[in-house]
Ligand binder design. Structure first.
Ligand SMILES: [Cu+2]
Length: 127
């Protein structure tokens, strides 16, 4: 019984540790390579995100980038969303997002390229 407790405790600690890592998610859309990173582990409150766009291994720095985080309606909580525009800083796009509660936030990352096409990539993060 003691051993089982130790195993569970170890697992809980390991999961907490994983949770505390900054996020780094990568995806591909219409030939563009999209990376969403946070500078620190995500928290309720202000978070800084870095978005990198590349095509054919070259950095894309002429796109308009925005990201919308949203949480579906839950018991006792209405639908929530936060949308932010990202600004180009040193070849990457940066934005701050304020999360109002813990849980799973889904996101839609949109970037408009020089050809006026809007590309959307979807994912989620946990807080
Ligand atoms: Cu919620």
């Amino acid at each position: 019984m003691k051993n089982l407790f130790k195993i569970i405790l170890t697992l809980v600690l390991a999961l907490n540790f994983l949770n505390a890592e900054p996020i780094n998610q990568n995806g591909e859309k219409d030939g563009y390579n999209v990376t969403l990173m946070s500078e620190k582990s995500l928290v309720v409150g202000d978070n800084e995100f870095v978005i990198k766009l590349a095509k054919d291994e070259k950095n894309v720095t002429t796109a308009k980038v925005k990201i919308k985080f949203f949480m579906p309606e839950m018991p006792g909580m209405p639908y929530m969303e936060h949308e932010e525009k990202a600004e180009l800083v040193d070849g990457v796009y940066k934005t701050k997002v304020n999360f109002s509660m813990a849980g799973t936030w889904q996101y839609q990352l949109k970037f408009k390229t020089d050809d006026d096409v809007v590309h959307t990539i979807r994912g989620s993060v946990n807080i």
